[in-house]
Design a protein around this ligand. Sequence first.
Ligand SMILES: *[C@@H]1O[C@H](CO)[C@@H](O)[C@H](O)[C@H]1NC(C)=O
Ligand SMILES: *[C@@H]1O[C@H](CO)[C@@H](O)[C@H](O)[C@H]1NC(C)=O
Ligand SMILES: *[C@@H]1O[C@H](CO)[C@@H](O)[C@H](O)[C@H]1NC(C)=O
Ligand SMILES: *[C@@H]1O[C@H](CO)[C@@H](O)[C@H](O)[C@H]1NC(C)=O
Ligand SMILES: *[C@@H]1O[C@H](CO)[C@@H](O)[C@H](O)[C@H]1NC(C)=O
Ligand SMILES: *[C@@H]1O[C@H](CO)[C@@H](O)[C@H](O)[C@H]1NC(C)=O
Ligand SMILES: *[C@@H]1O[C@H](CO)[C@@H](O)[C@H](O)[C@H]1NC(C)=O
Ligand SMILES: *[C@@H]1O[C@H](CO)[C@@H](O)[C@H](O)[C@H]1NC(C)=O
Ligand SMILES: *[C@@H]1O[C@H](CO)[C@@H](O)[C@H](O)[C@H]1NC(C)=O
Length: 782
Amino acid sequence: MRYLVASTIVITTRALASISGCASQCEPLSWSESLTKAGDFVSQLTLSEKVGIVSGAYLAHQLPCVGSIGSISRLGFDGICFSDGPNGVARSDSVSVFPAGITVAATWDRDLMYHRGVAMGEEFRAKGSHVVLGPSAGPMGRHARGGRNWEGFGPDPYLAGVAMNASVAGIQSAGVQACSKHIIANEQETQRTSTTTDGKVIEAISSNVDDRTLHELYLWPFANAVKAGTSTVMCSYNRVNGNYSCANSDILTTFLKDELAFPGYVLSDWYATHGTVDFANAGLDIEMPGNVSLLAGASYFGDALLEAVNEGLVLEQRLDDMAKRVMAPYFRLSQDQDFPTVDPANGPVFAILQFGHQTPLLASYPEVDSRDVRGNHADIIREIGSAGTVLLKNVDGSLPLKKITNVGIFGNDAGYPTIGSVFLDISNHPEGFEYGTFAIGGGSGNVRHTDLITPLDAVRDHVKSYGGQVQIVLDNDQLAEGGLNTVYPTPDVCLLFLKAYATEGTDRVSIDLQFNATKAVESTAAVCPNTIVVVHGPGVVLMPWADNENVTAILAAHYPGEQSGNSIVDVLWGAVEPSGRLPYTIPKTLSDYGPDIAELPESEAPDGWQSDFNEGQAIDYRHFDSADVSPQYEFGFGLSYTTFEMSTTLEFRVTGNVSSVADKSLGIEPGGLIDLWSPVANATIEITNTGNTTGLAVAQLYVSFPQDTTPKGTPVKVLRGFSKVALDAGETRLAHFELLRRDLSFWDSDKTEWVIPKGNFTFLAGFSSRDLRSRVQTVILP
Ligand SMILES: *[C@@H]1O[C@H](CO)[C@@H](O)[C@H](O)[C@H]1NC(C)=O
Ligand SMILES: *[C@@H]1O[C@H](CO)[C@@H](O)[C@H](O)[C@H]1NC(C)=O
Ligand SMILES: *[C@@H]1O[C@H](CO)[C@@H](O)[C@H](O)[C@H]1NC(C)=O
Ligand SMILES: *[C@@H]1O[C@H](CO)[C@@H](O)[C@H](O)[C@H]1NC(C)=O
Ligand SMILES: *[C@@H]1O[C@H](CO)[C@@H](O)[C@H](O)[C@H]1NC(C)=O
Ligand SMILES: *[C@@H]1O[C@H](CO)[C@@H](O)[C@H](O)[C@H]1NC(C)=O
Ligand SMILES: *[C@@H]1O[C@H](CO)[C@@H](O)[C@H](O)[C@H]1NC(C)=O
Ligand SMILES: *[C@@H]1O[C@H](CO)[C@@H](O)[C@H](O)[C@H]1NC(C)=O
Ligand SMILES: *[C@@H]1O[C@H](CO)[C@@H](O)[C@H](O)[C@H]1NC(C)=O
């Protein structure tokens, strides 16, 4: 029998609300109430059931999910289903492919970040997944070549923190747990986890990072996630200062559970648990995936944990704490009430993707239609796709396009992927596939396309709709070799779609666009004096042709998700104003960007993989500032179809009475000391739209901390506020920035607390990290 419910439910916010108790926009319970409920639940469990709550797939009834906690039917607990990942429901069908993290970061739009989270949360819930394995704030992007940078929100902690907050809040408003990942300093894929060569274990890369850098850079966005109520945090594959992050008590217990007062659970990345006692006692609360017979790999919790508890090596009190932490978010989001069952079609979809159509596993699954959970999410995906597109160059108003009747659609990124709809393969294919658009990257963050709108389809449909015609060349090698010989007459505009792939599991070989892209640009531009380059990529890519006289416009469209074609048509023809700004820096060469991936020629030394983060906080624009390097396009940059001015007077006001450290008597709650989040100052700047069309300005506030009263290593300036403001032609408005205590503090490693330094601060407002229009110097503490 077919699964009937599937075809009858249209998933919208309202439909979901009507089918279950806490489907959308419902208030979570307080943490203390949730922990009490969790405590009551755990008190009814046997020792082995408690172990089952914290050990992946240990109890009966494993769910067809990438990870699961089994059920305890006598208590009416049906288990917990965990699903990848940060851009939509992975390994599934009839789901939306959302814009990547880096794309939504490029919108600099808190509402879009939030509503992306809501829509994703709704889809996970409707598929029966209790936990979204996302959002990601690690890697941040220390290395331009990092294979997973695109999954997160870029290398600036303030922007990433805002995006984590909005994403966690959005996802959890749909009654689904957010899993903020990967803590911490998980900055490269190369040797990200331990490997075994000739029976010898070669340990994972150790990210060696000082305390201040951890707090001010890599941990910062996780603080926002905890403040926003993240249910769980995933510890990463790598080691941190010598210990595996999942066995690092500094990270998991001191920073996360004590300083940030995180009340939820720490979950290990898949196979990132390498021991029992050290891991449990350091603060790890669940091993994943655990005892899964289908997938290879040892299990270190389960029976081993039971034994460790029986021997007193892990105290039962600690086991109770682990189980309570795991159950608290489940009660907090009312997942004990009317939570949808796991879509039974997950089983066959997963099995086929993993093992192929011949797998005997298929016989064990019912033949069912997958539950279509997409609702109207295509709308917000399309909107974020355009809002996350950054216009980098626009000579003489080449864009927006008018009704040009002779349009060239060129490049191997324009059409449908010739390999199909899903790019899960993470085994060393850093170049991806040659033909087809990259709307999302590869690995566990990949989501299988149910309805991908390609640039080719959308542009052709649009041009035909007003009577124009298109000429199409999709082979970059043809273009590179002067293949425009097949094109006549020369198009009035040549839209050249180029790409760069990135995937989990491997770092990028280079940051060039791939498949002869540079030659394709040069050869196209040699013939076509109105060449517009659209880049689909994971973030930092080189553009050595940026100053080519015939490249009249450049758009960084990131990984926009399934509405890719519609999103870019909206921008190209001006239905939408390009309001994206770079959430990272585009360098002129890879070596300009700063520290590169650690790569050892021989990995014979078991402990040989070490990466010293000697640059401290100086990554991305902070590095370009401190090393005084000129970027190709700087962090925060992006053009509009209109122009903006900013007043030269930045109004800055400190609240009456600011002390140097947080007032601890105000207490601590998830996110850390409450007073760290208190507003202490305001800044205001006037912005005017000086062009002739409506547009969106992104005003940015940077802060230069006093250098003389802070330790060495203080960045030249850091982003501490932004405001996206819609302005009609000629209109003037104020942009407001509110600064919290944390925003004006540095982490004092000696005192182990956040401190507002004495001395002169400089506040700088502008339209990018290098387009600063006004400044004010002031002391915060007298
Ligand atoms: C977090 O998001 C909420 C809305 O979802 C907002 O009210 C709050 O100001 C945000 N906090 C921070 C620190 O960004
Ligand atoms: C690192 O691991 C060792 C060995 O398990 C342990 O003794 C030490 O406490 C750990 N340090 C941290 C910070 O977790
Ligand atoms: C794994 O599960 C099987 C049965 O599901 C059980 O027999 C075995 O003891 C478990 N192993 C561990 C290490 O927990
Ligand atoms: C295109 O790339 C391939 C593979 O890297 C190379 O062999 C070929 O020469 C390139 N073609 C041109 C015209 O550069
Ligand atoms: C730009 O286009 C013009 C006219 O087609 C051509 O003469 C010139 O060589 C082109 N420049 C480049 C750098 O390709
Ligand atoms: C100023 O701060 C100090 C120290 O936190 C506190 O004792 C005092 O009451 C505050 N005064 C006002 C007016 O808030
Ligand atoms: C900042 O401005 C807002 C709105 O004008 C106001 O409510 C708030 O009190 C101000 N905060 C500080 C710290 O001055
Ligand atoms: C705005 O429109 C006026 C009048 O049509 C024109 O003179 C001016 O150049 C336009 N400005 C811009 C920035 O396009
Ligand atoms: C801070 O800078 C302002 C403006 O340059 C100056 O007037 C003031 O004396 C400085 N204060 C301190 C404490 O350095």
